[in-house]
Design a protein around this ligand. Structure first.
Ligand code: BES
Ligand code: MN
Ligand code: ZN
Length: 502
C-alpha cells in the first residue's frame, strides 16, 4: 500500500475517513462533512450504537451528494487520551476497516484537536505508521488466487496541515516498519526454509545497508570454547551459527572509542525439545523459537535503514534443537565459553544454553554500555503474563526503567519480575557449576533469567522473555494474527530516546 501526505483541500473520492470524539463530538472535518451531506452524519449516529469510543467505527456507503464509495467514521475517545500510541492504533484499525472493503483509495482527514499539544503533522505520521504496520501480509506460499482477504486498498492519502513535515517524520518511521516486516517474515517462514545457515544468509543481506556482518560456524565456535551453544545444535544435521552484526552510525573523532549498545537474540530455528522431546500437540509453534534473533535482525535493519547515530551490535545464536543419534543427553555436562560448566538435565531448556555463550561472547568482545537479550525462553512466562506483557529481568534499575518507558511509548509492554540469590541457588548442581533447570516446579521464568545472569557479570543487562508476545493467534490493531515483531519498535525507541547522538 502506498501512503501519501497532502494538505487539506479538494473533494476526495474512494473512501473518506473522519474522526469523532466521545459522545459524538464532531471534529472540524466531521462538522464540515456533516454540513455537506445535509446532517447525514448526525442521522447515522441516531440509528446506530456508535458513540465515538476508541475502537468503534461506523460505515456509510455511497453517501448522497458525494462521489465517495463510503464514509468511515472512527471513534477517537476522549480528546485527552489521544496520544501517539492511540493514533498509531487508530491507523491500524482504519486500515483493517478498509483493506478489503472494495475501495481502492482512501483519504483520512486529520485535524488539530482542542486542548491537545499534538500537532496534526505528528498525528498524521503516527496514523500512517499504524496503518502500514497493520497492512503486513505473508502470502509467498499461497499459489492459488482465492483469497477473500486480499486487499483492494492501494493508496492511503492523509490530509493535514504541515503535510511536508508529516512526510519527513514518516520517512524514519517507515524504516522501522521495514525492520518490523523483516522480523515478521523471518518468524513466519517455516523451519525447512529458515534454519541456522539460511537465517545467517538473511543477516548477511543487511550488508547493503552498511551493516558489517560476520558469521561464525561450528569450527570457529569450537575454537572459542562455546560448548553450551554447540551442545544444543549437535543433534541436528544443520550447522549452528553465531552471527555478529555491527552498525556504526556515530560520527566524529571519538565515535570509535564509544562503547556500543548491544542486543543478543535466541535463534532456535526449531525447538523439538531434543531428547527431552516435546509433546507433538502444538509443537508447530516452535518454529517461532527464533523470534528473539529475528527481533535483533529487524532492529539492526531499522537502525541502519534510518541511519541512527548510534554504534550498535547485534549477536544472534542460531541452532536447531533436534533429537538424534548425536543429540546431547539429559545429564551431559558441557563447558561454556566462560569456563563455567553446566549439567544439562533437560535438553528442552536449550535457549539459556545458546544464550550463555552468546552473552559471554558479546560481553567480553564488545564491552558494551549495556546488553539487552530477547528470547522465547519459557512457557512459564506465558502462564504468568499471557500475550499482554513480556517479562523483564535485569540487574540494573535505570536500564529497566528506560525499557519499560520505551515500551509504553510504542505499546509494547514490559513487566519486571524479580531476581536474587534465593532463586540463584536453585540452579546448584551435584556434578557441575550449575544445572540448566531448577529443582522445583515454581518460578521457571525467573530461574531461567538467573541462569543467564551468570554469564553477564556487572555489565548493565536486561533479559526480555518474549515467549508470550512473539506470536499472536488473533489480530491486534497493529499486527494481523501471527508474528508480531514485538521488541523492534520498543528497542528502536530506547535507542532513539537515550543512546543516539543528537
Ligand atoms: N522455546 C521454549 C519456550 C516456549 C514455550 C516458547 C512456549 C514459546 C512458547 C523453551 O525452549 C522451552 O522449552 N522451555 C521449557 C523450559 C523447561 C524445560 C525448564 C519450558 O518452558 O517448558
Ligand atoms: Mn525448549
Ligand atoms: Zn526453546
Amino acid at each position: 500500500m502506498k501512503i501519501v501526505f497532502s494538505g487539506p483541500g479538494s473533494a476526495a473520492t474512494g473512501a473518506l475517513v473522519v474522526g469523532v470524539l466521545e459522545d459524538n463530538t464532531l471534529t472540524l472535518s466531521a462538522k464540515a462533512l456533516d454540513k455537506k451531506i445535509n446532517g447525514g452524519l448526525r442521522r447515522a449516529f441516531k440509528t446506530s450504537r456508535f458513540k465515538g469510543k476508541v475502537g468503534q467505527s461506523l460505515t456509510v456507503v455511497t453517501p448522497a451528494g458525494t462521489r465517495l464509495d463510503r464514509l468511515l467514521i472512527v471513534g477517537l475517545g476522549k480528546a485527552k487520551d489521544v496520544d501517539e500510541q492511540a493514533l498509531c492504533k487508530l491507523g491500524g484499525r482504519i486500515y483493517a476497516g478498509l483493506a478489503a472493503s472494495g475501495s481502492k483509495t482512501a483519504t483520512i482527514l486529520v485535524d488539530s484537536l482542542d486542548g491537545l499539544t499534538l500537532k496534526p503533522d505528528h498525528m498524521a505520521a503516527a496514523i500512517a505508521e499504524g496503518a502500514l504496520l497493520r497492512s503486513y501480509r505473508f502470502t509467498k506460499y499461497q499459489t492459488k488466487n482465492e483469497d477473500d482477504a486480499k486487499p483492494t486498498l492501494t493508496t492511503m492519502t492523509i490530509r493535514c496541515r504541515g503535510s511536508a513535515k508529516a512526510q519527513a517524520e514518516f520517512r524514519a518511521r517507515d524504516k522501522v516498519v521495514q525492520g518490523v516486516f523483516m522480523t515478521r517474515d523471518l518468524v513466519t517462514e517455516p523451519p525447512n526454509v529458515i534454519y541456522p545457515d539460511s537465517l545467517a544468509k538473511r543477516c548477511k543481506a543487511l550488508t547493503k545497508l552498511g551493516v558489517k556482518v560476520e558469521i561464525l560456524g561450528e569450527a570457529q565456535m569450537k575454537r572459542l570454547g562455546m560448548g553450551a551453544l554447540l551442545g544444543v545444535g549437535q543433534g541436528s544435521v544443520r550447522e549452528s551459527k553465531l552471527v555478529v552484526m555491527r552498525w556504526d552510525g556515530k560520527r566524529g573523532a571519538k565515535a570509535k572509542a564509544d562503547k556500543p549498545v548491544c542486543f543478543v537474540g535466541k535463534g532456535i530455528t526449531f525447538d523439538t525439545g531434543g531428547i527431552s522431546l516435546k509433546p507433538s500437540a502444538g509443537m508447530e509453534d516452535m518454529k517461532y523459537d527464533m523470534g528473539g534473533s529475528a527481533v535483533v535482525i529487524g532492529l539492526m535493519k531499522a537502525l541502519a535503514g534510518r541511519k541512527a547515530k548510534v554504534n550498535a551490535v547485534g549477536v544472534v545464536a542460531l541452532a536447531e534443537n533436534m533429537p538424534g543419534p548425536n543429540a546431547q543427553r539429559p545429564s551431559d555436562v558441557v563447558t561454556s565459553m566462560s569456563g563455567q560448566t553446566i549439567e544439562v538435565l533437560n535438553t528442552d531448556a536449550e535457549g539459556r544454553l545458546v544464550l550463555a555463550d552468546a552473552l559471554h561472547y558479546a560481553n567480553t568482545r564488545f564491552k558494551p554500555q549495556f546488553i539487552v537479550d530477547l528470547a522465547t525462553l519459557t512457557g512459564a512466562i506465558v502462564v504468568a503474563l499471557g500475550s499482554e506483557y513480556a517479562g523483564l529481568f535485569s540487574n540494573n534499575d535505570k536500564l529497566s526503567e528506560r525499557l519499560t518507558d520505551a515500551g509504553e511509548e510504542v505499546g509494547e509492554l514490559l513487566w519486571r519480575l524479580p531476581q536474587g540469590e534465593v532463586y540463584d541457588k536453585m540452579l546448584k548442581s551435584d556434578i557441575a557449576d550449575m544445572k540448566n533447570i531448577s529443582g522445583g516446579r515454581g518460578a521457571g521464568s525467573i530461574t531461567a533469567a538467573q541462569f543467564l545472569g551468570r554469564f553477564i557479570g556487572k555489565t548493565p543487562w536486561a533479559h526480555l522473555d518474549i515467549a508470550g508476545v512473539t506470536w499472536d493467534k488473533a489480530d491486534t490493531p497493529l499486527s494481523p494474527k501471527g508474528a508480531t515483531a514485538f521488541g523492534v519498535r520498543l528497542l528502536n525507541r530506547l535507542v532513539a530516546d537515550h543512546y543516539e547522538a543528537k
